[in-house]
Design a protein around this ligand. Structure first.
Ligand code: GLU
Length: 304
């Protein structure tokens, strides 16, 4: 039997000794207001037990982690259309890189770079009567947690400085890969990115990807085949231009966000979320990656 609790305690201890904690994202001004020393982990071992250490119950900005959740809702609503409008190849470029989109005629490389997530946001704007409420409702359902909400200050702060995302959305529109108007889609996109959650809530939300599409309450939200495909995209595209490095070091499908969160999972086995706000040069949580590398090394649990 693996003693998960003491492994997580050990990791917290080891991580606390690392001096260079990376740099907090500041291109969205509101994200600067965070304690750089915060560190939390929450693990759910499927059909077994849960363990949390550190600041696992503190809410933070999930940012790009929500791209997986909007994708799940979009495939649940409209499977065929999604893969005609977004590809599933790693981009090997930063999340807000524009050039590829022009070269590839407005078809984003994958749903986890900004251009892809903006197309997914457009699909949800078309599919949901009230996308902001509909998406929040989906998150609250899969987590069975009504306390989850958007952070309106973060959304407003990103909107004020979201010039690149406006450029991306306009480029998508020029190629005919945005059906709704740019402002409406970006208003929803900025809102989804602002979703504030704890490590515990993120782990609970991602349970369905490890559990063949069924959430914690055993309700089916996406098919097991859709869960398999989304996990594959997390493995190949979940870490900006560092997906290879994450697979090399950690060996799990996962997704990061510039708020310093990372969620990763081993299908049928566990879901783990970690939060440390300082980022490395590629925009992934520096200590979060180290913590997960320690976790899969100590437990010998990875997909490889
Ligand atoms: N809202 C952020 C942006 O569009 C998401 C970045 C991220 O977490 O990767 O720039």
């Amino acid at each position: 039997m693996i003693d998960f609790k003491s492994i997580l305690e050990d990791i917290k201890q080891q991580i606390s000794l690392v001096e260079d904690k990376g740099n907090v994202a500041d291109y969205i001004p509101e994200l600067k207001n965070v304690n750089k020393n915060a560190f939390g982990v929450y693990l759910n071992v499927l059909k077994n037990d849960n363990f949390g250490v550190g600041d696992y119950q503190t809410k933070f900005s999930t940012q790009s982690i929500t791209k997986v959740l909007t994708l799940a809702l979009a495939v649940a609503k409209k499977t065929d259309d999604v893969w005609k409008r977004v590809d599933v190849e790693p981009s090997g470029n930063p999340f807000n890189f524009l050039t590829l989109l022009e070269v590839e005629n407005g078809i984003p490389r994958n749903p986890f770079i900004n251009s892809g997530a903006i197309v997914i946001a457009d699909i949800l704007v078309s599919e949901l009567e009230n996308p902001k409420e509909g998406f929040l409702d989906f998150i609250r359902q899969i987590t069975n947690d009504q306390s989850i909400d958007y952070d309106y200050k973060v959304a407003a702060s990103e909107k004020e400085t979201g010039f690149k995302n406006y450029a991306i959305a306009n480029l998508l529109k020029s190629f005919g890969n945005l059906k709704n108007d740019v402002d409406t889609v970006l208003d929803f996109y900025f809102m989804q990115c602002s979703l504030a959650m704890t490590c515990e809530q993120i782990t609970n939300a991602f349970y369905l990807f490890a559990n063949k599409g069924k959430c914690l309450q055993d309700k089916l939200h996406i098919t097991s085949s859709q869960a398999k495909r989304i996990n594959a995209i997390m493995l190949t595209c979940g870490f900006y231009d560092e997906a290879g490095e994450f697979a090399f070091e950690v060996g799990l499908p996962g997704k990061s966000g510039v708020g310093g969160g990372i969620v990763a999972l081993l299908p049928n086995k566990f879901v783990i979320s970690v939060w440390s706000p300082g980022l490395n040069k590629k925009g992934n949580s520096k200590l979060g990656m180290q913590a997960l590398e320690l976790f899969t090394s100590k437990t010998e649990l990875s997909i490889f």
